[in-house]
Design a protein around this ligand. Structure first.
Ligand code: PEP
Ligand code: MN
Length: 350
């Protein structure tokens, strides 16, 4: 259920409605919008008891939300969610495209700094790098762990880039939350419900990658798990799904972009690196993602991909990344977007 407050409702009235909802034994989720605040109600089994909610001061109407996902739904929040980062002009969602770039894995301080320097110079505002890697083989490189988190914190300090990195489990979640700006939940963990709930209790943006065979509803229910715990800063990332197709590692499902935008207010990014698994497909699919209306892209960049410890074949070279930035900058205005290049000097000093 959803309580829509009147446009002129006061903060006290909103607080009183939330308190009333909690008294009824439910959880209240106030989601401020440009026009009015909506308060999502969760924790009810079956239809929630409306009590006398409709008659409380400041309440415009009480609506039943029939979809399985509620807080992630556009029914609850009409405007697009924009995630901002304190002390930085970087944002995910809204008019500006967000670009997250960096290696699949942090392999050494030298490797990470060399790549960060290139992607910062080309204008990315976010740096990615795996510290904890979900590898198919237990014998494959598993990541540098805490050492990688420390290297990325230094990269933030040096270049002003915001850091995105994956948490694999409860233990690494706390570490990633401490060191990074965005917590990535990987495709393999998209339905790790206890991990999602735990991420929901943190107050850091969470980027969820689409599971390898997840439907739109399953994808949004993963976001709902995080939001149901009170963390509303969720970013969705399409990274390809498994199909019969054998010309690429995965099938990048760009058609989910408009479908998600109809269903949800959350920002949606596209990862053409894992989505294709091929260096020569990354640029065309990054262009297509922006043209299809994505809020940005996440791409793997490596200075020596032939020696990369993970995902070398899909990692693009730094000069290819710079070319990609030039091209998506030109495509952006066609679809009413803008690609900001670089972080402001003031932000870099943070
Ligand atoms: C990654 O981003 O390096 C990664 C492992 O992605 P995914 O979870 O989409 O496979
Ligand atoms: Mn990778």
């Amino acid at each position: 259920m959803l309580v829509v407050m009147k446009a002129q409702a006061t903060p006290e009235e909103i607080r009183a409605v939330c308190a009333h909802i909690e008294q009824l034994g439910y959880r209240a989720h106030p989601l401020p919008g440009a026009q009015r605040t909506a308060i999502g109600i969760t924790g009810n089994k079956g239809e929630a008891d409306r009590g006398n909610l409709e008659s409380l001061p400041g309440v415009a109407e009480v609506i039943r939300v029939s979809k399985a996902y509620k807080l992630a739904s556009r029914d609850v929040k009409e405007e697009d969610t924009v995630i901002r980062f304190a002390g930085s002009s970087a944002a995910i969602g809204g008019q500006d495209l967000a670009v997250i770039a960096g290696p699949c894995s942090i392999e050494s301080r030298e490797q990470a700094f060399a790549i960060a320097e290139h992607v910062a110079a080309a204008g990315a505002r976010f740096f990615r790098g795996g510290a904890y890697k979900p590898r198919t083989s237990p014998y494959a490189f598993q990541g540098l762990g805490l050492e990688a988190l420390r290297i990325m914190a230094e990269i933030r300090q040096t270049f002003g880039l915001r850091i995105v990195t994956e948490a694999l489990d409860a233990e690494t979640l706390d570490l990633v939350a401490e060191w990074a700006d965005v917590i990535q939940i990987g495709a393999r963990n998209m339905q790790n419900f206890s991990l999602l709930k735990r991420a929901g209790r943190l107050r850091k943006p969470v980027l969820i990658k689409r599971g390898m065979s997840a439907t739109l509803e399953e994808f949004l229910m993963a976001a709902e798990y995080v939001m149901s715990e009170g963390n509303y800063e969720v970013i969705l990332c399409e990274r390809g799904v498994r199909t019969f197709s054998d010309h690429a590692r995965n099938t990048l499902d760009l058609s989910i972009i408009p479908a998600l935008q109809r269903a949800s207010h959350l920002p949606i990014l596209v990862d053409p690196s894992h989505g294709t698994g091929r260096r020569d497909s990354v640029l065309p699919m990054a262009r297509a993602a922006v043209a299809a209306g994505a809020d940005g892209v996440m791409v793997e960049v490596h200075n020596h991909p032939e020696n990369a410890l993970s995902d070398g074949p899909q990692s693009i070279y730094p000069d290819q990344f710079a070319g990609m930035m030039d091209e998506i900058e030109r495509i952006a205005p066609v679809v009413g977007r803008h690609l900001p290049r670089g972080v402001h000097a003031a932000a870099a000093a943070q």
